[in-house]
Ligand binder design. Structure first.
Ligand SMILES: NC(=O)c1ccc[n+]([C@@H]2O[C@H](COP(=O)([O-])OP(=O)(O)OC[C@H]3O[C@@H](n4cnc5c(N)ncnc54)[C@H](OP(=O)(O)O)[C@@H]3O)[C@@H](O)[C@H]2O)c1
Length: 248
């Protein structure tokens, strides 16, 4: 059995990942969602899925308190933590002098702060039990965050994904030198999911065209397969949906 916790899992790529993992009855799946009614809907549709209600903008204290439910769902902790929740923000493809710059605090708070809080609050559960598997922390990043292979302006969104790549690198490097063997042998990945026709992706496709876009299901099939491909040798790397190395 493997235990997964995925943030932002009520729709889009997060939900599609749940649908793939759900096919294996042995998987224990915990989804974070933003409100109670969404949690109830998700549990109704997928009765084996457990939910935690948290907003990525909530305080760390709230994360810590909400994540205590993990112990009830799975006393041995989790094996894989997927920080998926995110927002695109406004004006993602405008010229930089036209950016709505007042949104930076919100987008950075959700896309970077939310990941940092997820990791810190999830840490005790991710590294709770040595069951012989390498523990994985997957951060849903984006090609929009690259600086080396710069593609398109993406306003606060691109900046937030560049920042979260830095956060993922820090975590991977810290963990490599940990005195705790479980932490030392863990795998932190920056994952670009591809161009995906979720609500977020549809907003971008409406501007750039949808030729390169795939369904959330196609995306999730690839990402779930990759979970079994990544090893300690990949930690700290930035990969696309085919497992190809991306330029930071
Ligand atoms: N789609 C793409 O082409 C693409 C490309 C590159 C990277 N990504 C990344 O992939 C991840 C998933 O994106 P998606 O395409 O599936 O987007 P999406 O369809 O817009 O779904 C976003 C998810 O994040 C949740 N979320 C947003 N703000 C939140 C907050 N403040 N607190 C808690 N949850 C929040 C949403 O919950 P609600 O339903 O409550 O809003 C939803 O579950 C994101 O990190 C995104 O940046 C996507």
């Amino acid at each position: 059995m493997a235990a997964y916790l995925i943030t932002g899992a009520n729709r889009g790529i997060g939900l599609a990942i749940i649908e793939q993992l759900y096919k294996d009855e042995k998987n224990l799946i915990i989804a974070t969602v933003r409100n109670q009614s969404t949690a109830e809907n998700l549990e109704k549709q997928y009765p084996r899925v457990k939910t935690i209600v948290i907003n990525m903008a909530d305080s760390y204290a709230k994360f810590e308190s909400a994540f205590k439910l993990i112990d009830q769902f799975t006393p041995h902790g989790i094996d894989c933590l997927i920080a998926n929740a995110g927002v695109l923000g406004e004006d993602a493809l405008f010229e930089s002098q036209l950016y709505d710059v007042d949104q930076y605090l919100d987008v950075m708070n959700i896309n970077v702060g939310g990941v940092a809080k997820t990791y810190k609050a999830g840490f005790p559960y991710l590294f709770k039990t040595d069951n012989g598997v390498s523990k994985k922390f997957i951060i849903m990043s984006s090609v929009a965050g690259t600086t080396g292979g710069f593609v398109l302006g993406a306003n606060a969104y691109g900046a937030s994904k560049a920042a979260v790549n830095h956060l993922g690198k820090q975590i991977a490097e810290d963990n490599k030198s940990s005195g705790n063997e479980l932490v030392k042998n863990s795998i932190t990945i920056l994952q670009h999911p591809g161009h995906v026709l979720s609500e977020m992706g549809a907003d971008v496709a409406a501007i750039v065209g949808d030729e390169k876009f795939v369904s959330t299901e196609e995306c999730a099939i690839k990402l779930v397969k990759l979970l079994n491909v990544f090893t300690v040798a990949h930690t700290g790397g930035f990969f696309d949906e085919n497992g190809e190395t991306m330029i930071f």
